[in-house]
Design a protein around this ligand. Structure first.
Ligand SMILES: *Cc1c(COP(=O)(O)O)cnc(C)c1O
Length: 379
């Protein structure tokens, strides 16, 4: 008898509906007043709002605009912003879902795809902690597979971990905290072999020399891509995350989200920001230049063993005593991230790329510490 591989043999008939939780497939979503009305009108007496726009925004917005009408509910379909995002990314709007940060997207994916107590997801570690936290919150088993010691992706390890109850594999590229982008051929291998969704978190893609996987979305229904305005766009405060996925899956994400998950102020700021592509590009280039300079200067310290190559806006730095360095920097009011207890990241701290001034403060303090370290404990 021929051996049947349940993973690869089913890949030819990838069926999105089959991977949706049954209660979600049956769900009749809440229809808000503004859902049911889609046209233009001049008198709005349907949503029990106040007719008075008391908090008209002045200042802070460009061109003397007054900002959104805050007495009105925002558009639950987020049509205007969705259109802008779709145009920016070269996608049809039906592939775009907008959420309150990528974190909302991650949580919604769990709630739409994973039956608690039965289904599982696979993460490739070390990586962003939210995938695991979200799995726990939703009572979904999370299986952890390690990157190779050089931080490259080993697709065969992922395929060994998946089974018929696996609903998602999470990849982060460029990966947090290892800073590298995943190899395209390794990702391709996964896309071919998996019979579940492959989520690729591209929060740092604008800083990467690799183009990312957005162009593959149309031909790959398994692919889900997460992006955000929190990093390269400099808008962590407005909480605007993007999920790019097949329109069928998208329909379910929309059905499960809070009707008004994005607020008027955030959408307004996002739309203004997305128009300024040139200054966005310039800021990214500034950060890339800053990253290169910071990396070079960090390498000169006697207690710095390694500065890993970075495709993101941070550096993973291996030092001889990460906990001591972390504490000493903190005492000087400089906060970096201690990643030394994370698998494969022994001895590592993570440093975000900041301004030249911030780098100068950091490097001056490190120089001072270098002297005390070599005088004191022979490090
Ligand atoms: C920072 C980060 C995000 C951003 O999440 P938001 O909720 O959009 O702010 C997403 N994924 C990774 C891997 C990150 O490091």
């Amino acid at each position: 008898m021929e051996m049947v591989n349940p993973v690869t043999d089913m890949a030819d008939c990838f069926n999105i509906e089959q991977l949706i939780r049954e209660n979600i497939r049956m769900l009749e979503p809440y229809a808000s007043a503004r859902d049911e009305f889609s046209g233009s009108a001049s008198v709005f007496l349907d949503a029990n709002e106040s007719p008075y726009n008391r908090y008209a925004m002045s200042g802070g917005l460009e061109d003397g605009k007054t900002g959104p009408l805050l007495n009105r509910y925002p558009d639950p379909g987020q049509r205007a912003l969705k259109k802008d995002v779709a145009r920016l990314k070269g996608l049809d709007e039906s592939f775009v879902f907008l959420g309150n940060g990528s974190d909302e997207g991650i949580d919604l994916l769990f709630r739409v795809l994973c039956e608690p107590g039965r289904d599982n997801v696979v993460t490739v570690d070390p990586t962003y902690g939210m995938y695991r936290v979200c799995a726990r919150i939703n009572n979904v088993e999370q299986r952890s597979v390690l990157l190779r010691p050089d931080f490259s992706l080993d697709p065969s390890r992922v395929l060994e971990a998946v089974d018929e109850n696996t609903r998602m594999v999470f990849l982060c590229s460029p990966n947090n905290p290892t800073a590298n982008a995943m190899d395209e051929s390794a990702v391709d291998l996964l896309l071919k072999a998996l019979n579940c969704f492959l989520v690729i978190d591209e929060a740092y893609i604008d800083f990467s020399s690799s183009p990312g996987f957005l162009s593959r979305l149309k031909e790959e229904p398994k692919l889900i891509i997460l992006q955000t305005l929190s990093k390269a766009w400099g808008l962590a405060g407005i909480r605007l995350g993007m999920v790019f996925a097949h329109p069928v899956l998208n329909t379910y994400l929309r059905a499960v989200k809070y009707p008004y998950n994005l607020n008027s102020l955030s959408m307004d700021v996002a739309r203004q920001a997305l128009k300024q592509r040139h200054s966005h590009r310039k800021r990214v280039e500034q950060i890339l230049a800053g990253r290169a300079r910071l990396s070079d200067r960090l390498k000169a310290f006697s207690f710095v063993e390694m500065v890993y190559p970075s495709d993101a806006n941070f550096l993973l730095v291996k030092v001889s005593d990460p906990i001591r360095l972390y504490r000493d920097l903190m005492a000087a009011g400089i906060i970096v991230r201690d990643r030394s207890t994370v698998p494969l990241c022994d001895g590592c701290i993570r440093i975000s790329v900041g301004t030249e001034e911030e780098h100068e403060t950091l490097l001056q303090e490190m120089k001072r510490l270098e002297k005390t370290y070599s005088a004191g404990s022979g490090l």
